[in-house]
Ligand binder design. Structure first.
Ligand SMILES: [Ca+2]
Ligand SMILES: [Ca+2]
Length: 258
């Protein structure tokens, strides 16, 4: 999408290999990119990708919206909305949160948001688990639907608010009946099989009455992979050993002739 910054995976692989050979260890986790968000606020569209101009958070893998000043979309104020991904050898995470979402438009609003990223690494097997929470204020009769998606085919998610590739592993619905009313959802999940690289998406859709707010919204999807045994490759060990011998010889020559 426009304004999106992606580093060439070929360049990353080449430089990463060089660094790994220098260090004498194999690469545990190639770098990745692709965190983005798309929203539809009663027909007004908004999209932002990690490291684009709209991203308030300078860290790669962290997407901040309305964290400097509140963002208004179609009369809905969003304050401190932070979305991030983590990719380690054992656990991959996608998380989405907002401090406040307040409808001051003068009319009811429907809000649909997809947050996703591709190029998580860790397949082919693992387990997933998920959770979500939030508090509705002054919005009796509104609703909340959460969706959690994993795409083995590693398609880029969240090109729009309904772009949720792959399999929906979990869902949750809630309607506030008191004011305030909070929801809390936890799912221990189950096994998941993916390609080596895969994408994950969070989606949430809710209504807000005029004057209504959703505060402290949070949602996360995690995959755990069996931790592989880290065994340096023989070729790397030989290179590393040769480097040590070379350094020793240089030191010896310096002492002898220096
Ligand atoms: Ca960022
Ligand atoms: Ca991983």
């Amino acid at each position: 999408m426009d304004g999106r910054t992606r580093v060439s995976s070929t360049a990353l692989t080449a430089s990463g290999l060089g660094l790994a050979m220098l260090a004498g260890f194999a690469i545990a986790n190639p770098a990745k990119a692709g965190l983005q968000l798309s929203a539809n606020v009663s027909g007004v569209l908004f999209s932002c990708a990690d490291q684009a101009a709209c991203d308030n958070n300078p860290a790669v893998g962290f997407l901040g919206i309305g964290t400097v000043v509140p963002l208004a979309i179609n009369g809905v104020q969003i304050t401190a909305s932070l979305h991030f991904i983590q990719d380690t050898s054992s656990t991959d995470t996608i998380s989405s949160s907002s401090l406040t979402v307040t409808n001051s438009s003068g009319a009811a609003r429907n809000i649909t948001v997809a947050v996703g990223a591709d190029d998580f690494s860790g397949g082919p097997t693992g387990t997933w688990s998920s959770a979500g929470s939030g508090t509705f204020l002054n919005s009796l009769g509104s609703s909340m639907d959460l969706g959690f998606f994993i795409d083995s085919a590693n398609n880029q998610p969240a090109d729009n608010s309904t772009d949720t590739p792959g399999v929906q592993v979990d869902s949750f619905s809630f309607t506030p009946l008191t004011n305030p009313d909070a929801f809390s959802h936890n799912n221990a999940g189950g096994p998941v099989a993916t390609n080596t690289n895969y994408s994950m998406t969070l989606q949430f859709e809710f209504d807000l009455n005029d004057g209504g707010s959703l505060v402290s919204r949070g949602q996360a999807l995690i995959t755990d992979s069996p931790v592989p045994q880290e065994v340096p490759e023989p070729a790397s060990l030989i290179l590393f050993g040769a480097g040590l011998v070379g350094l020793g010889a240089m030191s010896y020559r310096r002492r002898r002739y220096g």
